[in-house]
Design a protein around this ligand. Structure first.
Ligand code: FE2
Length: 360
């Protein structure tokens, strides 16, 4: 396992308001949501104004935050890892807008992941709704108690919600729980013949310098893996989806440009995971697989499923609203990967494999 550089910058992505996903509502509720959204944007303005800022996690404001394990060396005999996205609770404003609160399914998903006991867990961003709110992190810690009890190593990405509010406070609350990240915003984890690259797609908050440094590191890493005979497959993860049929969030053009273009050029890069859209989607593009996995408990988003009107051909034949889930990636003989989307039914009783495919 190895890590990389830098620091960061913060606050809320412009689509943070749009992600509230307001459907037609009585005027009073729209007004309440608008006031809440404006308040949130003002709060985000208290960040560092987009300039890079060092994340000093050694003097964290996280105080007594529980520590998540980050050591996978003793777990190399476990042949699979798990990814889950968007475990955030629903905010009061979103509830006013009619969105669902999913405490029960979130708990079931995280407990099921703990029961599976993977080599490690990747969280694809948006662990909490408001990154600078200690009480929301405490709730997250409660939901994830079984993950810590099993000492499952956790590698989280920064979602847009991790940047909400006061920059330093939000970042300290994040990194205080994951000291093995060493305050670094992009990382790579080696897992047998697999390299898992974890990137920050909050470009507006990072500032030009960090974005350029990450681009350079990412391209260098892909080139290094191409030459390394010990690496068979590269998996790339970031929060914002380059492609989605969501009715709430859009294709991220900058992720396409900065992350997907180099990914397309790398023969070993075959799997791209994101969250942000609270659903499950799978797109087969450029001979590679793009999975959107935001099924960890955030309020679910409707997708466009009509083949005549949707933007991208989805390999998963689900409905407009899809199941809470996580993804399991198993290393099989010869370095082949088996990817399974593991979902729970609407009654929150039965688990099943909802989607499954193999990457050679
Ligand atoms: Fe998000």
């Amino acid at each position: 396992m190895f890590f990389s550089l830098p620091s960061l910058s913060i606050s809320q992505r412009p689509d943070g308001v749009r992600r509230l996903g307001l459907s037609p509502l009585p005027r009073i509720i729209i007004a309440a949501v608008a006031v809440g959204s404006i308040a949130l944007l003002v709060a985000c303005g208290s960040g560092n104004g987009g300039k890079p800022e060092s994340a000093n996690t050694s003097a964290s404001s996280g105080g007594t935050a529980p520590i998540y394990n980050g050591d996978i060396t003793s777990r190399k005999d476990i042949p699979f890892f798990i990814l889950v996205g968007d475990t955030q609770r629903t905010s009061g404003y979103e509830i006013l807008a009619g969105r669902e609160q999913n405490d029960a399914p979130r708990q079931l998903v995280l407990d099921k992941i703990a029961e599976e006991n993977p080599a490690f867990l990747v969280i694809l961003g948006d662990l909490v709704f408001q990154g600078d709110d200690p009480s929301q992190w405490e709730r997250f810690d409660e939901f994830a108690a079984s993950i810590r009890q099993r000492e499952i190593p956790v590698f989280p990405l920064l979602g847009n919600h991790e940047y909400f509010g006061s920059h330093k406070k939000a970042i300290d609350l994040f990194f205080s729980r994951f000291p093995h990240l060493h305050g670094e915003f992009w990382n790579a984890v080696r897992f047998g013949p697999l390299a898992v690259v974890l990137l920050d797609s909050n470009f507006e908050r990072m500032g030009r310098d960090l974005v350029d440094r990450q681009d350079s590191w990412y391209k260098g890493k892909l080139a290094e893996y191409e030459k390394d005979p010990g690496v068979k497959t590269v998996v790339v993860c970031c929060h914002h989806a380059p492609f989605t049929n969501s009715t709430v969030v859009s294709d991220d053009a900058e992720v396409q440009q900065r992350f997907v273009e180099p990914f397309k050029s790398s023969a070993k890069a075959k799997l791209f995971f994101t969250g942000h859209c609270h659903s499950y989607e799978r797109f087969a593009l450029f001979g590679k697989q793009f999975v959107v996995s935001g099924g960890g408990g955030g309020p679910r988003q409707k997708l466009v499923v009509d083949p005549r009107t949707r933007k991208h051909e989805d390999q998963y034949t689900g409905g407009e609203i899809r199941e809470f889930h996580f993804c399991k990636v198993t290393l099989e003989e010869g370095g082949r990967l088996r990817v399974q989307m593991i979902r729970i039914d609407e009654g929150l009783k039965n688990w099943s494999v909802g989607d499954e495919f193999v990457v050679n």
